[in-house]
Design a binder for this molecule. Sequence first.
Ligand code: API
Length: 292
Amino acid sequence: MQIRFTKMQGAGNDFVVLDETQGRLGLSSAQYRYLANRHFGVGADQILTVRPAPAEGVDFEYVIHNADGGEVEQCGNGARCFARYVHDKGLTDKRVIRVHTLAGVIAPELHADGRVTVDMGAPQLDPAKVPFIAEGLQPQMQGNAQKWPLALDESAQPATVWVAPVSMGNPHAVQVVEDVDRAPVEAQGPLIEHHVRFPQRVNAGFMQIINRAEVKLRVYERGAGETLACGTGACAAVVAGIGWGLLDARVDVHTRGGLLTIEWAGGAQDRVRMTGPAEFVFEGQIDIPETL
Ligand SMILES: N[C@H](CCC[C@H](N)C(=O)O)C(=O)O
């Protein structure tokens, strides 16, 4: 099956964008995985699909698949690229675009300087709704928020890490580390992603506090491994840091792929705003095997 695609990236988190506004491609999970494969396919952290609005009040539907082929609820860096794509490809002339996702409606706004701000909605802080299974655990309070002990017994160095479970529509487990460049991301990332207490698996964030308005962040993503940046991960990390009393309401998040700026007023109903880059890389077409 011959398909056309657009390669994009937001702070180094890279995407294959598919346009299904004229009809469905009907790809299987295995075919999404093939597209994302960096040796046999195009290569990407996620596959983003543009579909027509499924209902009144929104402009498009935004569908996200991880590199492992699984469909997920939300992708922040992808939302900025989605908005850049639909505007620059002439699918809309709006600069504030209402987009339906499995996690609800988000509203990316395209700025004249090329950056994009996305209203990512309010965080979900109830552990059970992340979802995180907290039974039998004793959390510690820090600031106005909790942190939960997560035993990583299968690790070569068994450890207990203290995490904030936060959902931005997709699940995150955020911990504070002294130095992100020395954090055990490769060792702990998979153990946290697949931890039994996260029944939907989870994105594992490792945050270093620089000051109350700056952090460094690495994220081992569910279904993709470590990426150069994770937009929802940056939102979740800042929400956790503000709850723990470590951060102010506007934070620059330094990721390995670039800078994201996150704003959150701190109330459970307050919406999180994320600002960052969205770039085209190349256009192409690829022949995907019908059966994989
Ligand atoms: N791996 C994530 C989806 C992509 C999120 C990330 N790329 C972002 O920018 O938010 C998950 O399984 O929930």
